[in-house]
Design a protein. Structure first.
Lengths: 110, 116
């Protein structure tokens, strides 16, 4: 499975959009991009996933570039409760074997 | 109505002991996983079972032995515990073993193991 790179940390003002980037330049055609977050001491929580098209659900939006080498998770109106480590992973046929990397620590500030 | 539940939540034990962590999911999923999160926060897959069949077995010492009595349960037994086994162990489940559903993992709250 392709590896991903994410910034170590980001800050966001409460109420503003949080845009979290992820680079997955070695992604293969059949690999999906998934986003998770982990709030301190809790289990990771699935957020959203996509293959080629942009996706939106009640939690977030996922924008995938046309060449699929990078993506951005958008939290449209960040709240203090969105403070967490956000993981971007890529998963193909070896489902479940993907490693969660360092992730991005998002801090939402009042 | 917890979806994925693990017990115990905390476990403190001495080196050399044997311990088990239990996991149950009530989501009707047929694939379950054990992940290990170490002090550096990396979350790594250890094992995966699909309908009681072992499908993923990463490079894990054979002191770790998973067991799935049915598709709703996946337990982890650890023999001869070592200091380096101290970590948080997460159980997860998914609907199916291939993406995209396989990537929608539902995690438990974790079991923090401390080996003294």
């Amino acid at each position: 499975d392709a590896k991903t790179t994410q910034p170590t940390s980001m800050d966001c003002a409460e109420g503003r959009a949080a845009n979290l980037p992820c680079n997955h330049s070695t992604i293969s055609g059949n690999e999906y991009v998934y986003w998770y977050r982990q709030i301190h001491s809790q289990g990771p929580q699935y957020i959203i996933h996509g293959l080629k098209n942009n996706e939106t659900n009640e939690m977030a939006s996922l924008i995938i570039t046309e060449d699929r080498k990078s993506s951005t998770l958008i939290l449209p109106h960040a709240t203090l409760r969105d403070t967490a480590v956000y993981y971007c992973i890529v998963m193909g046929t070896n489902a479940g074997k993907s490693t969660f990397g360092d992730g991005t620590t998002l801090t939402v500030k009042p | 109505d917890t979806a994925v539940s693990q017990t115990p939540k905390y476990l403190v034990t001495q080196m050399g002991n044997d311990k088990s962590i239990k996991c149950e999911q009530n989501l009707g999923h047929d694939t379950m996983y054990w992940y290990k999160q170490d002090s550096k926060k990396f979350l790594k897959i250890m094992f995966s079972y699909n309908n009681k069949e072992l499908i993923i077995n990463e490079t894990v010492p054979n002191r770790f032995s998973p067991k799935s009595p049915d598709k709703a349960h996946l337990n982890l037994h650890i023999n001869s515990l070592e200091l380096g086994d101290s970590a948080v162990y997460f159980c997860a489940s998914s609907e199916g073993r291939v993406p995209p559903k396989a990537g929608e993992l539902f995690f438990g709250e974790g079991s923090r193991l401390t080996v003294l």
